[in-house]
Ligand binder design. Sequence first.
Ligand code: SF4
Length: 345
Amino acid sequence: MTANPTESVLTDPTTNGQDGPLLEVEDLFVEFRTRDGVAKVLNGVSYHVDAGETLAVLGESGSGKSVTAQTIMGILDTPPAYVTGGSIRFRGQELLSQSAEKRRQLRGDGIAMIFQDALSALNPVFTVGFQIEEQLRIRKGMSRKEARKRAIELLDLVRIPNAKGRVRQYPHEFSGGMRQRAMIAMSLALDPQLLIADEPTTALDVTVQAQIMDLLAEIKAERQMGLILITHDLGVVAETADRIAVMYAGRIVEHGDAHSVYKAPGHPYTTGLLNSLPRLDLKGQTLETIKGLPPSLLNIPSGCPFHPRCPKAQSICSAEVPVNHDLGNGRYSKCHFAEEVVRNG
Ligand code: SF4
């Protein structure tokens, strides 16, 4: 897979898109055709993001969080990845029906993505300033002087001290937290309307994590951007997410407003994720882990894919695939016993 940290999807200026969500992913299916077989990586993923809100997409490694983001960006390599169904609309514009060349041409100032590993995403042989300025010159037609001025402003915006000096430095001269800030600056250079942050704080210590999350929240609010925050860590999103989508085995198993999902999850997998997290609001809490491992996507368990690991599984669970249970107020859960799980945990 190739991934340019600053790649983005351009807005079609003829599409005002103000009536619908900023981004709408609907019933998305992706498979990886490998020598070992066909891995069903996404199995009907649907979610949306509005301007000015944060959607946190949660789940363990291999749940499909990043593949969904890469499909949105159009940066999956085919082969082995094939989109076999569904729709992705950005401001009302269907992205999947466009040719690869058109998708590439469209990347510009609509959707930008930041990746977890800033060191490998930044080019080590160019200065941080050059990497920001290059986009501004090519995409926005700025002169060198204008681009340098803007690069310094962007480094200031993400609170890199002494931006005027730092703009001339190389990525290896930045600390881990500063590199992540530089990545954020790069992703903001073209004024995207939607930012996808894929595990943006994983490699950082807790204090720097909190600073980066605060920074993203502030920038999102100022610019009324949509933000998709991909993480396996519920703690990271506790303060910042408006809505949560929980992924397991390439599907959204629970979706809802962050407060309700935290307070009373409607899927045993979400309960498991929450129980493995230390919480200040629960005294005497015992930390638990979810038993077993995520399933192989080459061989997804029958019925509910979570059943081999689920403490609440009953005989129906291995026999029938659960449909979405509507829990009200935009909440839903793919569990046969969703209402009971909300009531009793
Ligand atoms: Fe557990 Fe069954 Fe619900 Fe799946 S459907 S999460 S196995 S109780």
